[in-house]
Every structure is written in structure tokens, then in C-alpha cells.
Write a protein that binds this ligand. Structure first.
Ligand code: SAM
Length: 267
């Protein structure tokens, strides 16, 4: 995860690139802890996003024998080709934000120490492939993980919490200090585990509308639903829904947001 750079830093002969969020994991215990929490098995379909210099790639490969990786940095791509045979590691060159994960065998296990600057858009991109995914284990900025798993009423609860909790069961596994990386980021990181919820449990008729409502409800956090959801709901609608229009979005559960979206779509 990238943050808090202090000028160019070299690691294993590679100059860490700020624009690609390159903070390489160096703490062997943390690496072992991450890989044992994933516990990959031979024959499983595993993709690592941003393998970098291979801190996670090597032990993942040792455990499951074969791996897909998606990497954007040309120097690192060249090193990956030199280090691993194409039978061991299939290198997909390019931007993970544009990568078509449907080309990889399902059920897919997704892993990555993600660059801080693309973590949120990448989580939204991956949500499009949730039906093909068995689970995802990521290193992210701790503050992002806290937002992902926050409950209604908590300060960190917001759009990211609602949109991801609608699709995934998630757990904040453990924190990782900056000292575990080279160069060390100033922020603390954390490991999050995400498992897509069964399709049958996804009750929202129109997830695009859900996204718009959630965005509006959290756009001005101090305002009540009466104000933020004015384009969609009038006083009578709140009576039908059994929701107080004087409430703020930050107090509504994921189920409430889904009920609102479905009500608007079907009334
Ligand atoms: N996995 C390695 C580790 O744990 O030491 C490297 C992690 S480093 C935080 C992020 C990695 O993601 C780098 O290798 C970087 O080049 C790569 N990366 C950055 N942006 C990317 C993108 N848009 N698509 C694919 N890989 C990207």
C-alpha cells in the first residue's frame, strides 16, 4: 500500500515507484500470516493483483503450484517472466482496474497487497465479477478496511460499507505496521477477507439505483433523509416504508437501503 513516500527507495535492485503504490512487503512473519490465512491448495484458481517483487507470489506458488498475476509495472513484468516459468505463473500485463477477471477459471481466489491509490475503484471493479469469485484477501489501508466493515451509526459507516456489505461477508483479520514494508508507508495497513454472499441473498432489483441512493444519503452526512432523498421520496413514502424521514443516512442498515431502492423501483 502506498503512502508517505520519502523519495526514491531501492529494494532488491528495483526503484519503488510512487505512482504504482509500491510498498514491498519484507516482514517474513507477516507474509507467512497472510498466506496461512488464505491457505491456498493445489488445483485452486488463484490470482494475485500486483505481485511486485514476489513477496506473496513465492509462498502462494509453493502452496498451490500455479498462479495468475496482474501487474502494471513493465520492469516488474520483465522480472516476473525471468523468475517464473509460464507453467507456474501466468502473467497478465496491464491495469487491474481494466482487467477482465471473467477470463480466469472460477471459483476464483483473489489476493493482493493493493496499491493504496486504486484500492476503492478496484473493489468496485471486482464487484462485477463477484459471482465467479470464491473469496478475496487484501492488504489495504487500515482506515479503508474500517470503512468496509463499519456498522450503522459508526463514524466509518458510509457508501463503501453499504455497497460492499450488500455483496460480501467481510472480516478485518489483522493489522500490519508500516515497518513490515520497504519503503514503509506512514499509515497502518490491515488484511481484509471478503466472501461474496450467495446470489439468492441479493434482494436488490436495481443496484445502480441503490448506488445512487446511497451516494445521495452519504453525500451530505449531516442532512436528514427528507433532504438527501428528496428526488425520490415524499412524506407518504416514508410512512409506507416505516422509516423516519428525520433520520440520517448513517443510521440506516444495508437492508433499509435495499428496501428503499426496491420500493422506488416497484411503487
Ligand atoms: N505484492 C507485492 C508485495 O506485497 O510486496 C507488491 C505490493 S505493492 C503495494 C503494489 C503492486 O501493485 C506493485 O507491484 C505495483 O506495481 C502493482 N500495481 C500498481 N497499480 C497497479 C494496477 N493498476 N494494476 C496492476 N498492478 C498494479
Amino acid at each position: 500500500m502506498a503512502n508517505g513516500y520519502q523519495g526514491p527507495q531501492r529494494h532488491e535492485g528495483h526503484t519503488a515507484r510512487k505512482r504504482f503504490g509500491q510498498n514491498f512487503l519484507v516482514d517474513k512473519e507477516i507474509i507467512a500470516q497472510i498466506v496461512s490465512s488464505i491457505a491456498p491448495k493445489p488445483g485452486e484458481s488463484v490470482v494475485e493483483i500486483g505481485p511486485g517483487l514476489g513477496a506473496l507470489t513465492v509462498p502462494l506458488l509453493a502452496a498451490c503450484g500455479k498462479l495468475h498475476v496482474v501487474e502494471i509495472d513493465r520492469d516488474l513484468i520483465a522480472r516476473l517472466h525471468q523468475t517464473y516459468s509460464s507453467e507456474q505463473v501466468t502473467v497478465h500485463e496491464g491495469d487491474a482496474l481494466k482487467f477482465d477477471f471473467s477470463g480466469l477459471p472460477a471459483p476464483l481466489r483473489v489476493v493482493g497487497n493493493l496499491p493504496y491509490n486504486i484500492s476503492t475503484p478496484l473493489l468496485f471493479h471486482l464487484a462485477d465479477y463477484a459471482e465467479r469469485v470464491r473469496d478475496m484477501t487484501f492488504m489495504l489501508q487500515k482506515e479503508v478496511v474500517q470503512r468496509m466493515v463499519a456498522a450503522p451509526g459508526e463514524e466509518a459507516y458510509g457508501r463503501l460499507s453499504v455497497m460492499l456489505q450488500y455483496r460480501y461477508a467481510m472480516a478485518h483479520l489483522f493489522d500490519v505496521p508500516g515497518s513490515a514494508f520497504n519503503p514503509p508507508p506512514k499509515v497502518t495497513s490491515a488484511i481484509v477477507y471478503m466472501r461474496p454472499l450467495p446470489v439468492e441473498s441479493l434482494k436488490c432489483i436495481d443496484t445502480e439505483l441503490l448506488g445512487q441512493i446511497v451516494m445521495a444519503a452519504f453525500g451530505q452526512r449531516r442532512k436528514t433523509l427528507r433532504n438527501t432523498l428528496r428526488p425520490w421520496l415524499e412524506v407518504d413514502d416514508y410512512t409506507q416504508l416505516g422509516i423516519d424521514p428525520g433520520e440520517r443516512g448513517e443510521r440506516l442498515s444495508v437492508t433499509d437501503f435495499v428496501r428503499i431502492a426496491n420500493y422506488i423501483r416497484t411503487r
